[in-house]
Design a protein around this ligand. Structure first.
Ligand SMILES: Cc1ncc(C[n+]2csc(CCOP(=O)(O)OP(=O)(O)O)c2C)c(N)n1
Length: 281
C-alpha cells in the first residue's frame, strides 16, 4: 500500500474562526484557545477531521472561536454528546471543552462515567474556580473561604472538589494539569492528550480576573512538577491528594487504554446499513 499523502503544514491560525472572543480582558481562556490551536497545528490535523464539543459557560464558547466542527450544547452535557459522536464517527478527533461549573457540578456525574467508560476523547476543563458566565458564584473548586459572592457571603465552608483525584478514582488513564499562563507548555500537554488512545483529562488552571482578581497571582504560584509522570495509581493518588494543586505537567498515564469490544465493529456496520436503508427510502 502506498504511504498516505503527507499533510500540508498548518498554522495555529488555520484553526481559529473569524469570530472575535467576547471574553473579558485578561481572561485565561484566550490562552487556552491559542494552546488548543497550536496543538492542532503541531499535529497537522485536517480541520474537517476535528470536532469540538462544549457545554455552557465562558469556557464553553470555544467551538465558536475555532474553525473545526463544533457543538455548543447544554450546560454539563458535553461529555455524553462527545461520547456519542466518537462512537458514531471514530475517525474524528473529538475534543471537549468546558469550565469547572459545567464539568464538575452539573456535569459531575458525566465526568465520572466518561472516565469509567474511557471513550477516546480529550477533555479540557478550564478551571477558574468560579462560575464566570453567571457573574461569579462559587463552583465546586472555589476555596471554602471565598466570600465575594452574594450567594455565599460567609464562603461555602466546603472542601474543594479534587478533579485529578476523582478522575483517577473513576478510571481515567491520562491525567494532566496545565496553566493558561504557559500556553506553550499547555499546547505540548494537549498534543500528548490528543494522541492518547482513551479519555485524556487535561485540567487547566485558567484565571477569571473579573470575579476572582486575586487569581492574577497564579503566575507566581504555578510551577512545573519536578517528578516524572507515573503509571502507578497509588503514587498518582498520593500526589493528587497530598501534592501542591498548583503544579503542572502530565501526572498520570497508563500505557494504553482503549477498551476494545469485538462486537463494536459489527454494530457500526449495522448502523451504516440502517442509515443507508433509511436514506434510500
Ligand atoms: C441547566 C442550566 N443550569 C444553569 C445554567 C446557568 N449557567 C450558565 S453558565 C453557568 C456556569 C458556568 O461556569 P463554568 O462552567 O465554571 O464556566 P466559566 O463561565 O467560568 O468559564 C451556569 C450555572 C444553564 N445555562 N443551564
Amino acid at each position: 500500500m502506498p504511504d498516505p499523502a503527507p499533510q500540508p503544514p498548518r498554522k495555529a491560525k488555520d484553526y481559529k474562526s473569524d469570530v472575535k472572543p467576547i471574553w473579558c480582558p485578561g481572561c485565561g481562556h484566550f490562552a487556552v484557545l491559542s494552546a488548543i490551536t497550536k496543538a492542532l497545528a503541531q499535529l497537522a490535523l485536517p480541520p474537517e477531521q476535528i470536532a469540538l464539543v462544549s457545554g455552557i459557560g465562558c469556557s464553553s464558547r470555544l467551538p465558536a472561536y475555532t474553525h473545526v466542527y463544533g457543538f455548543h450544547g447544554v450546560h454539563g452535557r458535553a461529555l455524553p454528546v462527545a461520547t456519542g459522536l466518537k462512537t458514531a464517527r471514530p475517525d474524528l478527533t473529538v475534543l471537549v471543552t468546558g469550565g469547572d461549573g459545567d464539568g464538575f457540578s452539573i456535569g459531575g456525574n458525566h465526568f465520572i462515567h466518561a472516565c469509567r467508560r474511557n471513550p477516546d476523547l480529550t477533555y479540557i476543563v478550564m478551571d477558574n474556580q468560579v462560575y464566570g458566565m453567571t457573574k461569579g458564584q462559587a463552583s465546586p473548586t472555589t476555596a471554602p473561604d471565598w466570600t465575594q459572592s452574594k450567594l455565599t457571603p460567609h464562603g461555602t465552608g466546603l472542601p474543594r472538589f479534587n478533579p485529578a483525584a476523582i478522575a483517577l478514582a473513576a478510571g481515567a488513564g491520562f491525567i494532566a494539569r496545565g496553566f493558561s499562563g504557559d500556553p506553550t507548555g499547555l499546547a505540548q500537554l494537549l498534543v500528548e492528550a490528543i494522541q492518547y488512545p482513551g479519555l485524556a483529562f487535561v485540567h487547566v488552571l485558567s484565571p477569571c480576573v473579573t470575579f476572582q482578581p486575586e487569581q492574577k497571582a497564579w503566575k507566581q504560584r504555578v510551577h512545573q512538577q519536578t517528578e516524572s509522570t507515573t503509571d502507578d495509581p497509588l503514587v498518582a493518588a498520593q500526589r493528587m491528594l497530598q501534592g501542591d494543586p498548583m503544579t503542572t505537567g502530565l501526572i498520570f498515564r497508563t500505557p494504553a487504554s482503549v477498551i476494545s469490544r469485538p462486537d463494536v465493529a459489527d454494530q457500526a456496520a449495522t448502523l451504516t446499513q440502517m442509515r443507508e436503508q433509511f436514506l434510500s427510502g
